[in-house]
Design a binder for this molecule. Structure first.
Ligand code: MCF
Ligand code: FE
Length: 404
């Protein structure tokens, strides 16, 4: 048993003072230090630095590790030039991306306090790194392929990867999962098969959805920049599905939709009604010129996530939260800071059905300790100061073990 004590603990009831946490692999008790020492006399006492806050470990629900070698290869600014650059450089980037690079990015996430991440995997190349990293990983095997001729082959490959992720040792903390790349890139027949696999095996399900204006135009009227893209690279000129058909395919299984920047109020209402959630990637949306998700109008749970280095400059969750504070500049900053921290803890855990994200008894003992530069003058500003000042967290625990 260990006892961790800090000036503040972030709990579902706000920041509490003069309390400590007793844990082994699970959180056992939250109480005053005095009581905990009495109840657990053998426990190892760990005192955090002054002005520290214990948070539940942060959760990054959407990242593409396979693109970790990208620095300047992919074109930022607007979606279609970016997509063209993905086609041009994908093989080089995948080739350059070795285990050492991906492991370094897992560590980068760890130093920002991320104890769980959702890895979107197109080839399964990162499975080994994800098995080795101390973090918990929801391993989203991605299905992609809009051409009916190759669909069966691509589906077969997808199923092989699903099976590989299902046979990882429990100690590797891998949760197998399914990702549908997007409505423009997945044929409806294999889409349905993959959704059925997720349903039957109760696997978390995710899909990129309505990210760019080009995607919307292609799905609505079969025109725009994606038309020339498909003509050029895939020799087709009509979309394989439309927004309604794609969205309704997920009606009976709550799904984590990434981006949704270009979704209408009606479409968002439909997602809400069906119990879905959104992964909001503020820097990715800005870098690919996709627009701003109106988070102030959402009625459904959402997480804040980094996306991959294919559309970002770091995988630090605090860099992402700072960007979110700037992007959503009309929302009162203290309220936004509080909400953002909830999206990467409690809300993200609920979305991915994980027993973490909250500091309360019987949850997994995953923590990130944030140390403020001085004592916060007002409790209601701790969320904001945490986001603004944290470049690296000072301690990380996963399943009760210390990693930072
Ligand atoms: O989320 C971003 C932007 N939207 C779509 N896809 C990706 C993102 N980052 C990486 N991708 C990957 C995706 O997983 O790009 C590949 C897919 O494997 C090719 S997209 C034709
Ligand atoms: Fe993505």
């Amino acid at each position: 048993m260990k006892i961790l004590v800090a000036d503040y603990i972030y709990t579902p009831n706000g920041f509490v003072e003069n309390q400590a946490v007793a844990f082994d692999d699970l959180i056992r008790e939250i109480n005053t230090l005095e009581t905990l020492l009495k109840n657990h006399p053998q426990a190892e006492l760990i005192r955090t630095e002054p002005h520290s806050v214990i948070y539940p470990g942060f959760i990054n629900t959407h990242v593409h590790l396979e693109f970790s070698a990208n620095k300047t290869s992919l074109e930022y600014g607007s979606f279609m030039p970016w997509l063209d650059s993905v086609i041009e450089h994908r093989d080089d980037l995948m080739g350059a991306c070795n285990n050492a690079i991906m492991q370094r990015e897992c560590e980068e996430m760890m130093y920002s306090g991320i104890t769980t991440f959702g890895a979107i995997s197109s080839f399964g190349n990162e499975l080994e790194v994800c098995e080795k990293t101390p973090q918990r990983v929801v391993f989203f095997n991605e299905l992609i392929g809009s051409n009916a001729i190759y669909a069966d082959m691509l589906y077969g490959d997808f199923m092989e990867r699903v099976k590989a992720s299902q046979s990882c040792k429990p100690s590797s903390h891998i949760t197998p999962a399914v990702a549908i790349h997007s409505p423009y890139s997945v044929h409806p027949i294999i889409l349905q098969k993959a959704i059925n696999i997720a349903k039957q095996n109760k696997l978390p399900l995710s899909a990129h959805f309505l990210e760019s204006q080009a995607e919307r135009e292609w799905l609505v009227s079969g025109s725009g920049e994606l038309k020339s893209f498909f003509e050029k690279y895939f020799n087709t000129s009509t979309p394989v599905t439309n927004i309604k058909e794609f969205m309704h395919a997920f009606d009976t299984y709550p799904t984590h939709f990434t981006h949704c920047v270009q979704a209408t109020k009606e479409e968002l209402k439909h997602l809400t009604d069906k119990g879905h959630s959104i992964a909001h990637c503020p820097r990715s949306n800005r870098y690919l010129g996709c627009g701003r998700l109106k988070i102030e109008e959402l009625d459904l749970p959402f997480s804040v996530a980094t996306d991959g280095l294919s559309s970002n400059d770091s995988l630090s969750i605090f860099d992402e939260l700072r960007a979110a504070l700037m992007l959503h500049n009309d929302i009162p900053i203290q309220d936004l800071a509080t909400q953002l921290l909830q999206t990467v803890t409690e809300d993200a855990a609920e979305i991915l059905h994980l027993n973490c994200g909250k500091i309360e008894a019987d949850r997994w003992a995953d923590f990130a300790v944030v140390t403020l530069p001085e004592a916060p003058k007002r409790e209601e500003e701790i969320a904001l100061w945490s986001i603004l000042y944290t470049k690296q967290v000072s301690e990380v625990y996963i399943e009760g073990e210390k990693y930072v």
